[in-house]
Design a protein around this ligand. Structure first.
Ligand code: AKG
Ligand code: FE2
Length: 353
């Protein structure tokens, strides 16, 4: 669709795929084009799931409701009363240790006008930077944090409960694509909180600069949906933006997300790791028990291992319920304050005393 990104594929009925070779061809078109589109594909749930499975393991999503009887098919619906918060550039779920490699969206009900989606190529966005900038970015790690994102978006209540089960993760700021190996910029304006190895003062500005850089139309493709259009995007090589210009109309999509993938940067194989805050996620309710790691304890504890050892979280719902409102607010405030600390930095400084 542009020299950089996007292709429309025709000549296939996705409800009647007879041979795995068809899925092979679709996969290779996706790696080449970063986002691919199909028209007039009234996918059955079975066909949607089969398409997803051809990319790997299917996810279940914690925020979106699902289609009855099909826990892996998420419903993303908007009644047109307020922005769905997807009208910001982002890749999906980069706050996870293993973000999904692929998302597959089908338009079920579209507004008469508007509601387009744009995608941006993160390989092109990286390669178009100047050499010194590219070099520096290869050295940087960034923290991705659902709680940071939801706090900024003003979410409360149930949505905020997701924080407890989703500790932030540090990913390299640039990754090798898991299939093609191409370098892709891997920070975005929803989930990325900060660079962990830059001073905040200019780290914040660099993040802003990159979030603006990827808005350059040269990296983009814009898709006009029709009912039963399908988009499959490479979530490691793109960001997307769902335009909210259909106030007063309903827009309803079905989505599957597939193949949770540990991101990597070959130049620094150790780069992708849980954020230091993971340790606070493990801490028991009593603040006094929070223990600073000694310098002998490396912070790069394996995410899965840390998960398995984790006791009740600080925001454990049952225990929170036993507190008064004032106490609950206080615990949350302390938890938020602790979340903003840089444990690595504290450990480093205390080791020098
Ligand atoms: O509604 C859309 O077009 C895209 C929404 C989105 O961000 C997503 O499905 O991941
Ligand atoms: Fe998204």
């Amino acid at each position: 669709m542009t020299p950089t990104i996007g292709a429309v594929i025709s000549g296939v009925d996705l409800n009647a795929v007879k041979s795995p070779a068809v899925y092979d061809e679709i996969r290779s078109a996706l790696w080449d084009n970063k986002v691919i589109f199909f028209r007039k594909q009234p996918l059955t749930p079975q066909a949607h799931l089969a398409l997803g499975r051809s990319f790997g393991e299917m996810e279940r999503h914690e925020f979106f409701p699902h289609v009855e009887g099909h826990p892996e098919i998420q419903t993303i619906a908007n009644t047109g009363r307020k922005s769905p918060d997807t009208d910001r550039w982002h890749a999906d779920c980069t706050f996870r240790e293993k973000p999904n490699a692929v998302s597959i969206l089908r338009a079920v009900e579209i507004p008469p006008d508007g509601g387009d989606t744009l995608w941006a190529c993160m390989n092109t966005a990286y390669e178009a930077l100047d050499e010194p900038m590219k070099k520096m970015l290869l050295e940087l790690d960034a923290e991705h944090d659902i709680s940071y994102a939801f706090r900024r978006m003003g979410y409360t209540g149930e949505a905020r409960q997701l924080d407890a089960g989703n500790p932030p993760y540090i990913h390299p700021a640039v990754i090798n694509h898991p299939v093609t190996g191409k370098l892709c910029l891997f920070v975005n304006s929803i989930w990325t909180k900060r660079f962990t190895n830059l001073v905040d003062r200019y780290g914040e500005n660099l993040l802003k600069l990159l979030n603006e850089w990827i808005m350059k139309p040269d990296f983009h493709v814009r898709f006009r949906w029709e009912q039963d259009s399908i988009a499959i995007w490479d979530n490691m090589a793109t960001q997307h933006y769902a335009v909210f210009d259909y106030a007063g109309h309903t827009r309803r999509m079905h989505r599957v997300t597939c193949e949770p993938t540990k991101v990597r940067l070959d130049a620094r194989p150790e780069a992708s790791r849980p954020a230091p805050i993971e340790r606070f996620g493990e801490a028991p309710m009593m603040m006094m028990d929070v223990r600073l790691p000694s310098p002998q304890e490396p912070m790069q504890a394996n995410g899965a291992g840390a998960q398995a050892q984790r006791g009740p979280g600080m925001l454990d719902e049952a225990r929170m319920q036993r507190l008064s409102d004032t106490e609950r607010r206080a615990v949350k405030a302390v938890f938020d304050a602790i979340s903003s600390l840089d444990l690595n930095d504290i450990a480093r400084r205390s080791a020098n005393v």
